[in-house]
Design a protein. Structure first.
Length: 441
């Protein structure tokens, strides 16, 4: 009787059909006003200087209809999910399936990633896209150390990406060093710049920290543009050497890897090799990050993220904690930059703009700050998923923005907002039972 009464009370509190339709109409009206000039009417300057315009009212009507229907669906979902932030209990079989899926996704995703070059060997576009996604996964995991674990908002992460790329390009072209020799050097130089950034921002927090890191990224970009004698300026650096397989070049000559293995040479061999190189670098970044989280420095990062004042009160040296976070994240960014340089064979300042920092930060935030799996899924979604909209150039960024807004409404803590604690009480049950006995006594 009590359960039926509560159900009736719950149903009586739900908004009616008129309320849902009114809310959907208001949302559609707002969409109509916003999209009228963005989509409905397009203008451009004609050859004689006069203004030319054309209309796309059919596309505008489709977008407004999508907003109208979407508003109704969201409101119905909220009613089903429960009022005032309460949620309905999930059935046990469904909860078990969700838990199993959460445990099965990481190994399945890793196995599929290993098999991508085998499955899509003859599809160059998918291989190149996979390399791009893995590059952003590595960048996301590197920035996740600074933003997700240490709680330091960094808007200039692209600076370390650029330092790693230009370090490898300059060392390889001027000194003739190989990729495997320049790779650790690029990471060390990027980590050094991370420490240089960390010193001025030791006492800054929040918005002030974000502004300084943003300025740091712009300073690095402007230095690259204006120091033409070293970096080539706007012309960039070309003819960057490709990596080799333990000293064996991946070329069509007699000393190439294909000739030594006795197989027919194919340009795809180099793409597959680069795919596994960036995969190994990304897995190394993931492994080091997970190991660091379990060490005292990782716990210090998380304490700093939660409350810096309490962190100081516990006796933690916040200076070294911040500097190690900046240096570690910068080192991984330098590794990714070195790979980017050898992958492209040409770099220029246009590849290291603020938009790259914003994209990597969006990957970290949407994936769930501090979550390794969430960052990987967010990179796959934002980089790989939105390639499906490449043919819709006029709507691509619109869909991108709408998807981020919806995701923040649906999952405000990111795709994988839950993070397993790094410290456990091994005798929690025994301690609780002892305390219960003491209370009874």
């Amino acid at each position: 009787m009590t359960s039926s009464t509560s159900e009736l009370t719950h149903v009586s509190r739900l908004p009616g059909v008129a309320f849902i339709l009114k809310k959907a109409l208001i949302s559609a009206l707002v969409a109509l006003v916003l999209f009228s000039l963005m989509v409905g009417i397009r203008t451009e300057a004609g050859p004689t200087g006069q203004l030319i315009y054309w209309t796309r009212f059919d596309d505008l009507a489709i977008l407004v209809l999508i907003v109208f229907v979407g508003s109704i669906v969201i409101e119905l979902f909220r009613q089903w999910w429960g009022p005032a932030g309460t949620t309905r209990s999930v059935p046990q079989p469904l909860q078990t399936a969700l838990d199993f899926a959460g445990r099965a996704i990481p190994p399945l995703l890793l196995i599929f990633t290993f098999l991508v070059p085998v499955i899509f060997y003859n599809q160059r576009y998918i291989l190149d896209l996979g390399i791009l996604v893995l590059t952003y996964v590595m960048l996301g995991w590197g920035l996740n150390v600074v933003v997700g674990l240490a709680g330091l908002l960094d808007l200039g992460y692209v600076a370390f990406y650029a330092v790693g790329a230009y370090s490898y390009a300059l060392l390889s072209t001027n000194l003739g060093l190989s990729f495997w020799t320049c790779l650790p050097l690029a990471g060390i130089l990027a980590a050094l710049w991370g420490v240089m950034l960390g010193f001025p921002v030791l006492r800054l927090r929040g918005d002030y920290l974000a502004i300084v890191t943003l300025a740091f990224g712009e300073i690095i970009r402007l230095v690259i543009i204006n120091w033409q004698s070293l970096t080539g300026g706007p012309n960039g650096i070309s003819a960057i050497p490709r990596p080799s397989f333990f000293g064996i070049p991946l070329t069509a000559g007699e000393d190439g890897l294909a000739a030594r293995l006795g197989i027919e040479f194919s340009p795809t061999h180099r793409i597959v090799f680069l795919f596994y190189v960036i995969l190994a670098l990304a897995l190394l970044t993931n492994w080091v990050t997970i190991r660091l989280r379990r060490l005292p420095i990782g716990r210090a990062w998380e304490a700093l993220r939660e409350d810096e004042v309490a962190c100081r009160a516990l006796g933690i040296n916040t200076t070294t904690t911040k500097l190690t976070a900046f240096a570690t994240g910068a080192m991984f960014g330098g590794f990714a930059g070195a790979f980017f340089a050898t992958r492209q064979g040409f770099i220029s300042p246009e590849s290291f703009t603020f938009q790259e920092s914003a994209l990597v930060l969006a990957i970290v935030v949407l994936g769930g700050m501090g979550s390794q799996l969430g960052v990987a899924l967010a990179a796959l979604t934002l980089i790989g998923g939105f390639e499906l909209f490449r043919g819709f150039d006029q709507y691509r960024m619109l869909v991108f923005g709408m998807a981020m807004v919806l995701l923040m409404i649906w999952r405000p803590r990111g795709l994988v907002g839950y993070r397993a604690p790094t410290v456990f009480l091994k005798r929690s049950e025994a301690i609780s039972s002892e305390l219960a006995r003491e209370g009874r006594g």
